[in-house]
Design a protein around this ligand. Structure first.
Ligand code: BGC
Length: 810
């Protein structure tokens, strides 16, 4: 693993390199070296080994879920998983009748693994000695094609150093897999695939057809493995290996000479019955395999596509290799989790919080999108459109959910999977105590408003009126309607209140001693409701009369409703004390203090204080303790001026001191059990001008996944939210590039180490090149219809024109 102190050059900031084999680190490396293209993702596991205690070679297809019931703690629990699909990697060699050449079964003479983010290639080089003393130098290169999204390919080269004679190559498609990537879920049923058929074709082809047991998604994989010796293709007929129609393999025998490379090129095509324009997934897969060329040409097309994507997405940082590398890793994984393939193929899938990289949270979609969508909105906004459309398609389900609970409008699930129904588990295992306890996190209704926020921000950034009319308006209005139905007017204080809701801080589930889950007046949710209602009213005025009438008729919204919405935006309750501290919820100030320092001294890692307290028989509900930013979220998603505006409308005071005081109050009481928390604290300390603190947070944000700082969570999947958050801090925080309505504003405050930040962004109908240096800003219009743009640099207005680079002192 590279260290920050490593002497690294700019080139190395495009990759991850590991110079050894460490079984204990394989899980983390597999997640970090996952290759994906929006359609499917494959963990960066060794091709030679099946799932074991060391390796977890899993492949996930966006949007493919399956639901199973398990009896646990005397109850039947249903769990929907993003399905681990058949493993297409399976490839290994052996000398004569020796053992298979794997890092686990042989002596490792040398081992290197590298992820080339620029080209999207994973490579491994190893020298292995088998028990007979035969030495093999093996090189593997792997891609998950960004340009042909159904295709994955491997070039596997074996050079025998001291042996001549027969070698056997085994290639397979393994559908005998389960969702076993997360240990805590071990007691739950996890076999999702049923065998349909498997077979061989031609001299070197194999195929496997399986189906998910409940959702009935047919998954086809077809593969061909070509062998080349001394540059010439060997047309050997492979022996077939078949296991209960769930595993199909083929073994080929060839004779190798010392020093002569034997190359196996394996290509797989993956299709499912969910794909658009496909009636027979197996036929489609076999057809693709027939037409694909050699690995070299697949690699070339893929790398070209990667290059085009990087032109949109890359953020260059000069002067700080670690930040550059880690930030690029974040952008890389987000470019893979959802790519332009999502809209090209019209993939019906959301953005899983843990990417297409692992099984934590079962591949579900949360509010984490809120931390990520800006990345796509400002570069390839069609990607956001594809993800937002996933939400739109599930609006009816959200409306049914609201009705079931006695509300109006659309109540989106806290965890969303295939149908948009609530997929949050009802029971949760505390690994510290080994006990199953109830999971109340679905009471986080703020997720609905996060979705409204995402639709609105997409509109603000793109001005895509067609998308707003077609999808955004109805979603925002339906969610606003839900928000209004959560608010109840009290004659006692003349204010609206909400109850039964949890904020993002999941440690607090209810008031101490209360029977009912949730809280009265979670400040974050209440303010977000107000904001959503304001946007709902605004959107109604923006769309065509016909569309407005259609939506109002469909959602049964009357003029009286609209008047009530307006009233709520003026009278929603937020509890604020005399010091200006915003209470996370009503009653928060009556909770006890917890001595976090004492726990820090006692435990290595106190991030999951909830589990520690519960294992000690205490309830986190009793304390002023937070898992993650809750009140502080307001300062992350809204500009201080926007908060001031909302608060003024509600009749509350807001000034900058409150920003500081609230930060100081909550930061002391937060254990950062979610990586999202660091992002928010980083951004706020930056806007407070606390440079050192912001920088420390930023480093910790960047380290989250690359060093797995939560202690074992990254092997279960990347944290998409923290990855998106790091980009937000870099662009909006340090580079100071932000957009407010019609204005492009740049207020840079680069970290001391940085000598330059460079990026391209799309805003509305323009594409802009932005370079920030410590003393000046360079701007150019790279594309779009507009020939001139108005930009405010440190508050001063400038006009930039197409065709010239405009340099402005900052
Ligand atoms: C956090 C949530 C987040 C989820 C998925 C949880 O640990 O508390 O806010 O949405 O992880 O990333």
């Amino acid at each position: 693993m590279f260290r920050k102190s490593d002497k690294e050059d700019k080139r190395s900031a495009w990759g991850l390199t590991y110079g050894n084999y460490k079984p204990a680190k394989e899980g983390l490396r597999e997640a970090l070296c996952t290759l994906a293209n929006g359609y499917f993702g494959t963990r960066g596991a060794a091709s030679e080994t099946p799932a074991s205690r060391i390796n977890y070679p899993a492949t996930y297809i966006a949007g493919v879920y399956n639901k199973l019931a398990t009896k646990i703690a005397g109850r039947k629990v249903l769990n929907e998983d993003m399905v681990n699909c058949p493993n297409w990697l399976c490839l290994s060699f052996k000398f004569g009748d020796g053992p298979w050449l794997t890092p686990v079964g042989c002596k490792i003479l040398s081992y290197e693994q590298g992820l080339d983010m620029k080209k999207g290639v994973l490579s491994r080089h190893m020298r292995l000695k088998d028990k007979n003393g035969r030495i093999a130098a093996i090189s593997e290169e792997r891609i998950v094609s960004m340009s042909s999204p159904h295709i994955g390919a491997i070039r596997y080269t074996l050079v025998s150093e001291n042996y001549e004679g027969p070698v056997t190559l085994r290639t397979a498609l393994d559908g005998d897999v389960r969702n076993s990537g997360v240990e805590r879920y071990g007691q739950l049923r996890n076999t999702h695939l049923e065998a349909l058929s498997a077979g061989t074709y031609g001299v070197n082809g194999i195929y496997l057809l399986v189906r998910t047991s409940q959702s009935r998604v047919v998954i086809a994989e077809a593969s061909r493995t070509r062998i080349f010796l001394a540059g010439r293709e060997e047309h050997v007929n492979g022996k077939t290996l078949l296991r209960q129609k769930k595993y199909i393999g083929r073994e080929f025998s060839v004779n190798v000479k010392r020093g002569q490379p034997c190359i196996a090129e394996k290509t797989v095509a993956i299709y499912t019955s969910r794909d658009r324009g496909v009636s027979d997934p197996l036929k489609a897969a076999m057809h693709d395999i027939k037409k694909t060329g050699r690995f070299g040409s697949l690699l070339e097309e893929h790398a070209e596509k990667m290059q085009r994507l990087w032109k949109e997405f890359d953020i260059e940082i000069d002067g700080d290799i670690f930040s550059q590398k880690a930030l690029r890793l974040h952008v890389f994984h987000l470019m893979q989790t959802a790519s332009d393939n999502n809209y090209r193929l019209d993939i019906d899938a959301g953005l899983p919080a843990r990417g297409l990289h692992g099984e934590a949270y079962r591949g579900h979609v949360f509010w984490d999108e809120m931390y990520v969508l800006h990345l796509y909105d400002l570069r390839l906004p069609d990607i956001s459109k594809a993800l937002l459309t996933y939400r739109y398609r599930r609006l009816e389900e959200a409306r049914r959910a609201a009705r079931r609970e006695g509300y109006r409008g659309a109540m989106l699930p806290w965890q969303s999977g295939s149908t948009g129904g609530e997929e949050t588990q009802t029971l949760h295992l505390n690994p510290l105590s080994g006990k199953w306890g109830p999971d109340h996190s679905h009471c986080q209704r703020h997720v609905s408003f996060a979705v409204a926020y995402n639709f609105w921000k997409h509109w603000e950034r793109t001005r895509d009126m067609d998308f707003l009319e077609g999808y955004g308006a109805e979603t925002i209005i339906a969610i606003a309607q839900f928000g209004a139905s959560l608010a109840k007017f009290s004659k006692d204080d003349g204010r609206y209140h909400t109850s039964g809701l949890m904020g993002p801080d999941e440690f607090h589930e209810k008031m101490p001693g209360a029977r009912k889950t949730g809280f009265r007046d979670n400040a974050y949710t209440n303010v977000l409701i107000v904001w959503t209602l304001m946007r709902g009213l605004e959107v109604m005025g923006m769309i065509s009369d016909a569309k407005r009438e259609e939506i109002m008729r469909k959602l049964r919204i009357t003029r009286k409703d609209a008047a009530r919405w307006d009233d709520i935006t003026r009278k929603m309750n937020v509890v604020i004390d005399e010091r200006g501290i915003i209470a996370q919820f009503d009653g928060y100030f009556s909770l006890k203090e917890l001595d976090l320092e004492a726990y820090r001294a006692k435990y290595d890692n106190i991030k999951r204080m909830d589990r520690i307290l519960k294992a000690e028989g205490k309830s986190p509900d009793k304390y002023k303790l937070a898992k993650q930013a809750d009140v502080l979220m307001l300062f992350y998603i809204f500009e201080p001026a926007e908060i001031k505006n909302i608060f003024a409308r509600l009749g509350y005071r807001f000034d900058r001191t409150m920003l500081k005081d609230n930060y100081d109050h909550y930061v002391k009481r937060t254990s950062h059990g979610s990586t999202l928390s660091k992002v928010v604290h980083c951004y706020i300390s930056h806007i407070l001008g606390r440079k050192k603190e912001a920088w420390e947070w930023y480093q910790s944000v960047l380290e989250s996944d690359i060093y797995d700082t939560q202690g074992g969570t990254t092997p279960e999947g990347i944290h998409a939210g923290v990855m998106g958050g790091s980009v937000y801090i870099t662009v909006k925080g340090f580079a100071g590039v932000h957009f407010m309505r019609d204005r492009i504003m740049i207020d840079p405050k680069l970290p001391r180490k940085w000598s330059r930040v460079r990026m391209n962004l799309r805003y509305r109908d323009s594409r802009i090149g932005i370079t920030i240096r410590p003393r000046y800003v360079e701007l150019s219009i790279l594309g779009g219809k507009r020939t001139e743009l108005t930009v405010f640099v440190n508050g001063k207005e400038h006009i930039i024109s197409k065709g010239a680079v405009c340099r402005i002192r900052s």
